[in-house]
Design a protein around this ligand. Sequence first.
Ligand code: GTP
Ligand code: MG
Length: 312
Amino acid sequence: MADKIDKLPGVGEKTLEKFKEAGYDNMMAIAASSPGTLSTDTGVGEETAAKIIAAARESLQMGFETATNVLKKREAVGRVTTGSKTLDKLLGGGVETQAILEAHGAFGSAKTQLALQLAVNVQLPLEKGGLGGKALYIDTEGSFRPERIIEMAKGVGLDPKKVMENIMIARAYNSDHQVVLTDKAEEVIKKEGIRIVIVDSLMAAFRSDYTGRGTLANRQQKLNRHLHALQKLADVYNLAVYVTNQVMSRPDVMFGDPTAPIGGHILGHQATFRLYLRKSKGEKRIAKLIDSPNLPEGETIFIVTGEGIKDA
Ligand code: GTP
Ligand code: MG
């Protein structure tokens, strides 16, 4: 996948440098881009960008592919255990690579606990429900707790010291910073063998940076690009993406649950799996699968213990 990009038409020495700086250093990254994005990111004109993308796709023989090929890609999908067998089952066997899983819920519903747990569990060997890989963690709320990582690592029988070394954390201070960190993530992902990217929380910074009504379109546009970048990482590096999201109350809803995840339809379309988490009694949490391309909707209960997420 790390095919050299210097053979593309219209890509001279200088452009090549710009491409590399912007993270487009392999054919797949270019092929999966759009002319607008590539142009903004690298400074080449949109027409040139379109030609370059077309050439990259040609060289990768993208476009239509056989169902056999799609199946082959699907077979490469890895799964990370959540720590709870019933929650794994709800998700079709765990948190999938090549996909984005969004979890939304009120405060204390265990969105961050699941994030921490996945950062630990991805390090487990295959036979224990991990991918033997590292985690990249973008923390926008300052809620990352190394103490919890230590407890959870012990809980799954891993060496806490090693586990801590295998989680790369960045604190994002606003939505721009969050987007930049995601763009920069590619270098780290390649170098470190990252198999899960976590963004906790995906929406908080976007929500506070774009408050007035007039800015909503801008926010959605930027969110859209951010999610595209995450999905691209998931596809190109066969890694899992887990993002958390808050809910807002919807006074217009009379029946059923008067809360809705923020981020609107953009997030709804781009997250492959969506979980709605709710508090129940004590340690119990209820997880509901909302949207999935190939799984039935359903609910399950798990618990958050001192050692992390477990079956109820
Ligand atoms: P916000 O980020 O505030 O929206 O909430 P969240 O959904 O991220 O909640 P989080 O994952 O932080 O869950 C917090 C809950 O996890 C607490 O209310 C506790 O019930 C549980 N929890 C956190 N730490 C521990 C711990 O060390 N031991 C146990 N048993 N439970 C814990
Ligand atoms: Mg949280």
